[in-house]
Design a binder for this molecule. Structure first.
Ligand code: FAD
Length: 327
């Protein structure tokens, strides 16, 4: 049973850029991506999954070194990523300014999908009972064991709870006396009604040092960045963008953990209080593999992927596990 205080996908998921990539630095994130890609590829048509690739643009020596290392790791795991020269990057996106670039990386299996469609796909396929407009108000824990969830509509007797409340997960966890270090950090996106003549098959392109990124969105472009003042970096890297009108914008929360990697597992304080949150900008794309993992934890099956390194206990144990390639 899934309870959602608003409507399905109304949280960060509907604000996401919909990016899906295997180009990570952390091996576990690459494995999660490979597992999730199989699912996205299977539902591709229904969720508009377009595999035009991810293109990372690199203008700092230290980034070139870490991306080269990561591409070697990705390739060893079966990811078809590669290091490109600046000129090769411009062949993919001719409107880019590449004079100051040192290198780029590209993976043709990466792409974008429509997050709300993915949520609807799971809602339909899961067979779960879904109750919208229903907020979790309290979690009844006795002797360290979950007994029930009090919602604004009904009391649900249960011996197992999964906290997947995104940027609001720390508040929901606190209802059970569990500490989850998740913080909501706002991120904005802007949309143009035209594409400025960019290629039909446009990779999701990320200017890694500034954080400016863009991808195709219908007849126009979507773009965003780490800061509100992304416009200067955008105009420098993709001058054509500065000539396009803005149609709309939105913002949403990144659900950020202290090391910018997911929090997945069972609470140390309360038995059968499971959590999947803190995805820090890559939570939409990790949903298939992480969702499968949580389902396995619920029914006590041996996990397909060992995600125990993502336990929230890692911070107390001095084992932070940073993901380097975050935007
Ligand atoms: C601008 C932007 C761009 C992004 N781009 C990408 C991207 O390209 N690729 C990617 O993988 N990720 C991206 N992300 C991150 C991604 O959106 C999130 O990591 C992901 O959507 C988290 O999903 P979730 O289901 O855990 O949380 P959410 O989608 O936030 O869902 C949590 C839900 O919990 C509900 N809730 C909260 N409290 C309660 C309560 N008390 N009772 C009941 N329900 C409750 C909320 O209403 C919400 O619907 C982006 C995020 C932003 C903001």
């Amino acid at each position: 049973m899934l309870v959602e205080r608003d409507s399905l996908a109304s949280g960060s998921t509907s604000k996401s850029a919909g990016g899906i990539r295997a180009q990570f630095a952390d091996e576990l994130n690459i494995r999660i991506a490979l597992r999730s890609l199989l699912e996205f590829e299977a539902m591709a048509e229904e969720v508009s999954f377009v595999q035009d690739g991810y293109l990372f643009l690199l203008d700092r020596e230290e980034d070139v070194a870490s991306f080269r290392e990561a591409v070697a790791l990705q390739q060893s795991l079966g990811v078809p990523s590669q290091v490109l020269s600046p000129d090769e990057a411009r062949q993919l996106v001719p409107q880019l300014v590449v004079d100051d670039l040192l290198a780029a990386t590209f993976c043709p299996r990466d792409g974008t999908a429509t997050p709300e469609s993915v949520v609807q796909w799971y809602a339909r396929e899961s067979g779960a009972r879904i109750v919208q407009s229903c907020a979790v108000a309290a979690i009844d824990v006795r002797d360290g064991i979950v007994c029930a969830v009090e919602t604004t509509r009904e009391r649900i007797a249960t011996g197992c709870v999964v906290c997947c409340a995104g940027a609001w997960s720390s508040e929901v966890a606190a209802l059970a006396g569990v500490t989850l270090p998740v913080e909501g950090i706002p991120r904005s996106m802007w949309f143009t009604p035209q594409d400025g003549g960019l290629p039909e098959h446009l990779p999701l392109t990320i200017d890694f040092s500034s954080g400016f990124y863009f991808h195709r969105e219908g007849p126009g472009l979507a773009f965003g960045g780490r800061d509100e003042d992304v416009f200067e970096a955008a105009a420098r890297r993709l001058p054509v963008l500065a000539d396009l009108p803005l149609q709309t914008s939105w913002w949403g929360y990144y659900d950020v953990s202290p090391d910018w990697n997911a929090l997945v597992g069972e609470a140390a304080e309360v038995s059968r209080f499971l959590y999947a949150t803190g995805f820090s900008g890559h939570g939409f794309q990790q949903a298939p593999a992480v969702g499968e993992h949580v389902a396995e934890l619920v029914v006590g099956k041996t996990p397909t992927l060992d995600l125990s390194p993502f336990s929230a206990t890692r911070f107390a144990e001095g084992g932070a596990r940073p993901e380097a390639f975050v935007v």
